[in-house]
Write a protein that binds this ligand. Structure first.
Ligand code: ADP
Ligand code: MG
Length: 213
């Protein structure tokens, strides 16, 4: 029950596809409480990532994810790009030198990635950011793996927790990022970054879980 380098490539492609498919809805969410560019930003970044990945011949999952992170940092402006860049750089650092991943590796990587997003952006739970999807996803993943659940189930729980966390951003008043400029008026809208983070966890569950049933 391991995730291979090819699986990770499939996941990055699946995330890029999900971003492409949801580009307009992510941008609509950002138009309500931000500056209407989250879908555009993420799409630009993931398009650059796909172009970079075509030339990658190495089997090192850490190196692959580091490339993804560096490409996002250098190709995406705004808050979202550097935060996702940091997330992928930390995933990569936690997977350095690995050609396959166990469920425990994945827990360690996601934990490191979420820590990176928090140390870079200083967002806490309920600040109405991507952290509100990522922390529940990490927690659900870690407890399912610790309980010895099959990896596919742990991944599904993680994606479901991200979705719930994403929906729970709707009533929140934003305390970080551009949405915080709106104060109370940010309530009643789903956070765009939490939405793209749900797509990230959902595509991981779909990709890594599907050959493990
Ligand atoms: P920008 O806000 O610069 O236009 P994006 O629109 O690409 O960048 O991304 C906005 C998303 O970034 C928000 O919906 C939120 O989830 C996330 N975000 C913003 N600031 C922070 C932060 N300090 N910590 C975590 N996430 C943040
Ligand atoms: Mg924006």
């Amino acid at each position: 029950m391991t995730v291979t380098h090819d699986d990770v490539v499939r996941w990055i492609r699946a995330f890029a596809d999900a971003i492409a498919q949801n580009k307009d809805s992510l941008t609509d969410l950002d138009s309500a409480i931000g500056d209407a560019d989250h879908g555009i930003n993420m799409h630009r970044g993931m398009t650059a990532v796909l172009a970079k990945m075509d030339g990658d011949g190495s089997a090192d999952i850490g190196a692959l994810l580091k490339t993804v992170g560096m490409t996002l940092v250098s190709s995406v402006g705004g808050a979202g790009g550097p935060l996702y860049g940091t997330l992928f750089l930390r995933l990569g650092a936690a997977a350095a030198g690995k050609e396959e991943l166990t469920d425990e590796d994945w827990v360690a990587m996601v934990t490191a990635g979420v820590e990176g997003v928090q140390s870079r952006g200083k967002a806490e739970p309920k600040d109405k950011t991507m952290v509100d999807a990522l922390i529940p996803a990490r927690d659900a993943l870690a407890s399912a793996v610790a309980a010895g659940e099959p990896f596919a189930d742990a991944l599904r729980s993680s994606a479901a927790a991200a979705e719930e966390g994403m929906r729970a951003t709707i009533p929140l008043v934003a305390r970080k990022g551009r949405a915080s400029y709106l104060g109370e008026r940010s309530a009643g809208h789903q956070d765009p970054g939490a939405t793209s983070s749900w797509l990230l966890m959902r595509t991981a569950a779909e990709t890594f879980g599907d050959h493990m049933e």
